[in-house]
Design a protein around this ligand. Structure first.
Ligand code: ADP
Ligand code: MG
Length: 269
């Protein structure tokens, strides 16, 4: 539900899957870059203590003075944590390993599940005139991920085309249901995107078939192909859209961005 008191509030999407290595960070970085390329103002919130999204968007560890930890638990100005990236229109709140202690510190905090929610809705956020906030979640269903889901309007789920991919989804869906009951009743599923897709691999085809049979409309039409340029880009500290703008991976993320933008145009109308 849009917040009627703040008609221009950004849409907040949590990119989540409790499995590691399924393409959460890659999807966050490149979907955000593709949205920015399409003219949107986008903020990535790195909510994984591994800080891969921060590295992938070119923020070196030494330059991460204030981080997501400060955003949710600290008392620093928003302008100190929102860091511009080399991609026009795309900023990031970076993360470092100190975020792993936040998970524990949160337990003793009364507002523990709502800290990110509140941080992203502070009035100072309006100066950035954001259209989208994408949250890169850690590979677990811990308190950080719950914070993301409480803060978010929707969850976008990367699904790697491999065995047992769908089994993991039922646990994620359960968590989404619990979050709906406990503090964010309007949480939606933005969609499920097949990642590291290989048309020559029967397993990819099988996973796609199962996903479309079981989840129907929730599965994005766009599939993200396995593409070496996508995996190389982070070591050059840039999105694949910049690293190799004509690559299959870059094109796929542009198509995914168009799907998300179109979907949200419809719901806004
Ligand atoms: P997660 O954030 O879910 O742990 P990552 O986005 O870090 O997953 O991806 C895991 C690994 O797979 C990384 O090494 C990444 O570069 C690689 N990878 C992700 N998507 C692709 C892709 N479309 N093609 C090739 N490699 C990919
Ligand atoms: Mg990751």
């Amino acid at each position: 539900m849009p917040d009627l008191s703040r008609p221009n509030a950004p849409k907040i999407i949590a990119v989540a899957n409790q499995k590691g290595g399924v393409g959460k960070t890659t999807t966050t970085i490149n979907l955000a870059a593709a949205m920015a390329e399409a003219g949107k103002k986008v903020l990535v919130v790195d909510l994984d203590p591994q800080g891969n999204a921060s590295t992938g968007l070119g923020i070196e560890v030494d330059d991460r003075e204030f981080t997501t930890y400060d955003l949710i638990l600290g008392d620093v100005a928003l302008t100190s944590v929102v860091t511009p990236t080399a991609t026009p229109g795309l900023a990031i709140v970076p993360a470092t390993v100190d975020l792993s202690s936040a998970d524990i510190e949160l337990i003793s905090n009364e507002k523990r599940s709502f800290l990110l929610h509140d941080a992203l809705r502070q009035p100072e956020m309006d100066i950035y005139a954001l259209d989208y906030i994408l949250i890169d979640c850690p590979p677990s269903l811990n308190l950080l991920t719950v914070n993301a889901m409480i803060a978010a309007d929707s969850v976008l789920v990367p699904l790697q085309s491999e065995f047992f991919a769908l089994e993991g989804l039922s646990q994620l869906m359960l968590t989404i249901r619990e979050v709906r009951q406990s503090g964010n009743k309007d949480l939606r599923i933005e969609g499920i995107v097949l990642t590291m897709y290989d048309t020559r691999n029967n397993l990819s085809l099988q996973v796609e078939q199962d996903a479309r049979d079981n989840l129907g409309e929730l599965v994005f039409a766009t599939r993200i192909p396995r593409n070496v340029r996508v995996s190389e880009a982070p070591s050059f500290a840039m999105p694949v859209l910049t690293y190799d703008t004509a690559s299959k991976g870059a094109q796929a993320y542009r198509a995914l961005a168009q799907e998300v933008l179109t979907k949200n145009m419809k719901t806004a109308a």
